[in-house]
Design a protein around this ligand. Structure first.
Ligand code: PMP
Length: 276
């Protein structure tokens, strides 16, 4: 068994070497030699792709995201890893929080960089603030409103879809009418609807929500850093974004902020959130 693995590994190394040309072949040589000499007894040989260096081409990214990451940010990603309990880590996390507060233009204490994509932040916002059976009107003028409606429905919210053709926008009058009719706990709107190319006006909507004791949740995944938005000044109760769009960072982090009204709703729930 071990000998046959040996033979297979050697063959694989030879095949990989033969398939590679030029500088890639030179850079793969140490890995291939190591494989050839391998004394491992694992029955499944390493895949050929793991025996050559990772090649990532340079591409210009002109969509809403992911976007090109500047060298300064790429370099930050290559710093050493430290423990999550090291004092420097707390400092770094505080700095990140201050940076997000600045980017969101908020003083909210509950401001964090979640590990996850924009979708994780969407779920986090809805799952934490809404309980089963509560009323949630969702403005849908592209795919992101529809996605939030689905997320809220899956956790048992009473969703009211307000639908426009993709790229259409909602007047403050229409939003007032929906809120007066459905008496919701939360109203959702996408600021930068990337599927349709619309940047939705925000002014006045936070005041309407506040007047009717409803939280205002805004998706700024595709717009934060590209179009002006002022969380505190515009009375937005919950706001989230993604790292890989206008912020020009790698994907995998979702900044999110909750104000005191949103925290009060979260910490006075009657039931536990459906997701851990
Ligand atoms: N909301 C909007 C407006 C988006 O454009 C996107 C991503 N295209 C998302 C949410 C979801 O973000 P992610 O892909 O990081 O999960």
């Amino acid at each position: 068994m071990q000998r046959s693995f040996f033979r297979r590994s050697a063959l694989l190394a030879q095949q990989t070497a033969a398939a590679l040309e030029g500088p890639l072949a030179a850079r793969s040589a140490p890995l291939l030699q190591r494989m050839d000499r391998s004394m491992s007894s694992v029955p499944i040989p390493p895949p050929a792709c793991m025996l050559r260096p990772l090649e990532v081409p340079m591409r210009y990214l002109f969509g809403p995201g992911p976007s090109n990451v500047p060298p300064r940010i790429l370099a930050a990603g290559s710093r050493p890893i430290i423990g999550h309990m090291h004092p420097e880590m707390y400092e770094i996390m505080n700095d990140i929080k201050r940076g997000i507060q600045y980017a969101f233009q908020t003083e909210n204490n509950m401001t964090i960089a979640m590990s996850g994509s924009g979708h994780a932040a969407m779920e986090c916002a809805v799952f934490n603030t809404v309980e089963s059976g509560e009323s949630v009107p969702v403005a849908i003028n592209g795919i992101w409103g529809e996605r939030v409606a689905e997320i809220a429905e899956r956790m048992g919210a009473n969703v009211h879809r307000m639908v426009k053709t993709p790229g259409g926008y909602f007047t403050n009058n229409e939003i007032t009418q929906a809120i007066e009719k459905h008496k919701p706990v939360l109203f959702f709107l996408t600021h930068g609807e990337s599927s349709a190319g619309l940047c939705h006006p925000i002014d006045g909507i936070g005041d309407i929500c506040r007047k009717h004791n409803c939280l205002f949740l805004v998706d700024t995944v595709a717009s934060l850093g590209a179009a002006p938005i002022f969380m505190d000044k515009q009375n937005i109760d919950i706001q989230y974004t993604g790292s890989q769009k206008a912020l020009n960072a790698p994907p995998g982090t979702a900044p999110i902020s909750f104000n005191d009204r949103a925290c009060h709703k979260m910490f006075n729930r009657k039931t536990k959130p459906v997701s851990y």
